[in-house]
Design a protein around this ligand. Structure first.
Ligand SMILES: [Zn+2]
Length: 445
């Protein structure tokens, strides 16, 4: 989405930068610095890929060459002529695949088991504390994330823009802006006495009728959200919440989807409870987050509506093992995790559309890829698990034309691992090479 502020800033600053450069350029050669490269000549890079995972066909190809011009993939093929002067990156002993995509992260928040700890930091302190979250996620091989909510409204918008402008390092982000939630609901900052009034950014998305939902969606859309996160049921990691309860009504969920569509945005619905999952699917949500207690009818509905299931089946390991998990969260979590894993297997067997989403922030950022092994353990083939984090994820985000496969015309988002992830999916936990938009961020250990 185009950020109007960016355009205004470019208009203001570009002539000023031009003037400064005009003054500097005659000085630089005299100081012994190399002459600046002509601005129009984009760097050409050729990657030699030993094994190449073609996620669109589900096949593995050998000895492919990927030609990259600037930030984009120009061509891919077996016997390509490498242009003179191209920079060569030799990954001929490695397995090359598209940059991974996590459809459920919380990069712009504190990665803290207790949400109320947000109240002990200023918004700016939280923003700085979150910078490493973005960096470790990219270096783990995740070149794009769909970030699905933040307690401090719009910290995620600011982080997305800081990454896009090169101020900090991280994956390309698609952000929600805030949680759209009922009062004291799954996305609210709960657990405080009733006489404490929260500042606006900590209660931005609270809405209690279809028209209030529409108002929140409109404000989020105008203030830079790329998609809308709505909480259909209670949550595990919220004080006073019951994951098995219904929160928004079908009418409110439909209002969110309709209003978001008016702005060209999609809606993802957090839902654990069986009926809350079905309500969100029927309302037209693009994806169901968690989908913990989905039943056979819910799976059939998801297939019928083309709804993606984005099931975080690894993070239970972190919830239960963390010494800091609040006791009420552990209570909510009891018996849900195994049900979610069983239902994941059912959904895979039924052929439902699935994406890769980890709820990163529950587990530490940067270990997102540990979920792959669980997806395989609970029923996916390694290729299906990789597709869930590449082609499927790009389709859910709505930008298959930009990323999700190594194809001519797409962004050069490319990673590589030493071994064969189709033989051992855990190879993806050890990504050795990361390129995003043609720029190398990691090469070897
Ligand atoms: Zn989440």
């Amino acid at each position: 989405m185009i950020d109007s502020r960016t355009i205004v800033q470019q208009k203001i600053y570009f002539p000023a930068i031009g003037l400064i450069l005009a003054l500097l350029v005659p000085v630089l050669p005299a100081a012994g610095a190399p002459a600046p490269a002509p601005a129009a000549a984009a760097t050409v890079t050729a990657i030699r890929a030993g094994k190449f995972i073609d996620v669109q066909s589900g096949k593995v190809l050998s000895n492919q060459i990927i030609l990259i011009r600037g930030a984009k993939i120009e061509t891919v093929g077996a016997n390509l002529a490498v242009p003179d002067g191209a920079k060569i990156i030799d990954l001929s002993k490695m397995t090359v695949l598209p940059g991974l995509i996590d459809c459920h992260t919380h990069l712009a928040d504190l990665a803290d088991a207790e949400p109320l700890n947000v109240l002990q930091r200023s918004a700016v302190e939280t923003a700085y504390a979150a910078i490493p979250n973005a960096r470790v996620t990219l270096l783990a091989g995740f070149t794009t994330v769909r970030d699905v909510g933040v307690y401090r409204a719009f910290n995620d918008v600011a982080m997305r823009d800081a990454i896009a402008r090169g101020i900090i390092i991280g994956p390309r982000m698609y952000v929600a802006g805030a949680y759209v939630t009922i009062s004291q609901g799954a996305g609210a900052m709960t657990g405080l006495p009733p006489d404490i009034e929260l500042p606006l950014d900590l209660r931005f998305g609270v809405a209690n009728s279809p028209w209030e939902v529409r108002q929140k969606v409109r404000e989020l859309a105008h203030r830079g959200a790329d998609h809308i996160k709505i909480l259909s049921t209670g949550a595990v990691l919220t004080h006073g919440s019951n994951p098995k309860s219904i929160e928004f009504t079908p009418e409110e969920l439909r209002a969110a989807v309709e209003e978001a569509a008016n702005f060209g945005l999609r809606v993802e619905a957090h839902a654990h409870a069986t009926e809350g999952i079905k309500n969100a699917i029927r309302a037209g949500a693009a994806s169901i987050e968690h989908a913990t207690l989905i039943d056979d009818e819910g799976i059939a509905l998801a297939k019928q509506h083309g709804t993606y299931l984005d099931m975080d089946i690894y993070d239970e390991e972190c919830i239960q093992s963390s010494a800091n998990t609040p006791a009420d969260f552990l209570q909510h979590d009891r018996d849900l995790a195994e049900a979610q894993r069983r239902n994941f297997t059912k959904a895979v067997r039924a052929g439902a559309k699935m994406t890769f989403g980890t709820d990163a922030g529950v587990c530490p950022h940067g270990i997102n890829a540990r979920q792959f092994a669980f997806m395989v353990k609970y029923g996916m083939t390694p290729m299906q698990a990789i597709q869930s984090a590449t082609v499927n994820a790009a389709d859910l985000i709505g930008h298959s034309e930009l990323f999700g496969s190594i194809t001519a015309g797409k962004s050069a988002d490319i990673i590589a691992v030493n071994g064969d992830p189709l033989a051992d999916i855990r190879e993806l936990e050890n990504v050795q090479f990361v390129m995003k938009e043609g720029k190398v961020y990691k090469q070897g250990d």
